[in-house]
Ligand binder design. Sequence first.
Ligand SMILES: Nc1nc2c(c(=O)[nH]1)N[C@@H](CN(C=O)c1ccc(C(=O)N[C@@H](CCC(=O)O)C(=O)O)cc1)CN2
Length: 288
Amino acid sequence: MTAQVLAGAPAAAALLSRAAARARTLPRPPGLAIVRLGDDPASVSYVRGKDRKAREVGLQSTVYALPEETSQAELLALIAELNAAYDVDGILVQLPLPPHIDEAAVLRAVDPSKDVDGFHPVNVGELWSGRPGLLPCTPAGVMVLLEHYGIPVAGRRAVVVGRSAIVGRPMAALLLAADATVTLAHRRTPDLGAVTREAEVLVVAAGRPHLVTPEMVRPGAAVVDVGINRVLDAAGVSRLTGDVHPDVAGVAGALTPVPGGVGPMTIAALLANTVTAAERRLGLSGPR
Ligand SMILES: Nc1nc2c(c(=O)[nH]1)N[C@@H](CN(C=O)c1ccc(C(=O)N[C@@H](CCC(=O)O)C(=O)O)cc1)CN2
């Protein structure tokens, strides 16, 4: 058996096309402000991708590329300005931030109604209360991907490996909201394989290359690999590797590739969130 490949591109294209159609019905283009500090190459590349796609779907996107040594006070002042700007519907601060910045304080400073990353404690609380506001992009993208490929979640056993604030925890909340029976496992979970083998839907976001091997997977399970690890291959060339070993394709019923699986969904979900934020701010909430 070889697992069905859950490619992100078609699901992301469909989500973007729905977001673009919704944006066209608004009286003005949804505005997105993207804030980046420093020149970390991965962050530069993700921000460029977000800005380009935002423009493609008809959003008004502005990138604020600030020097690495920007102070916390300067960053908070910019966020306050963006919070007050009428034509800015979504604000995102690209992570990670340099070590001298208090990340939690910055994320708390973003107006929750403009928090298109879904990281503000108000949006986190709404999610866990079962009243979702703006959703964190990677987990929201995973749910759209599963739906796109007709993979059911309700009533099924779901296991999430990894408890990060931006992926693992909100992923568990979204699966729970979709009526799965959810286990949230992490690096201190004893006999991880026994837990992951229970999963009909397995989401791995642990940040450890090839952590999940074939014997840890229930035959026929849908496996979502959120890992993006840069590792050197035998020839010393840097390659992207997921948290799931490629041989899992011989056991799973469906598997997301890395790259090309969850990654594209993150940006598409961000832009869909921005349209949602604009609809709510303009008092025009339409179908998603
Ligand atoms: N403010 C935020 N910061 C970060 C987030 C986030 O959601 N909000 N997530 C990640 C980075 N990220 C978006 O910001 C992101 C990561 C990966 C991809 C992606 O498309 N990956 C590709 C591979 C790309 C490559 O070659 O490097 C894939 O998996 O196919 C998009 C967005 C941390 N920071």
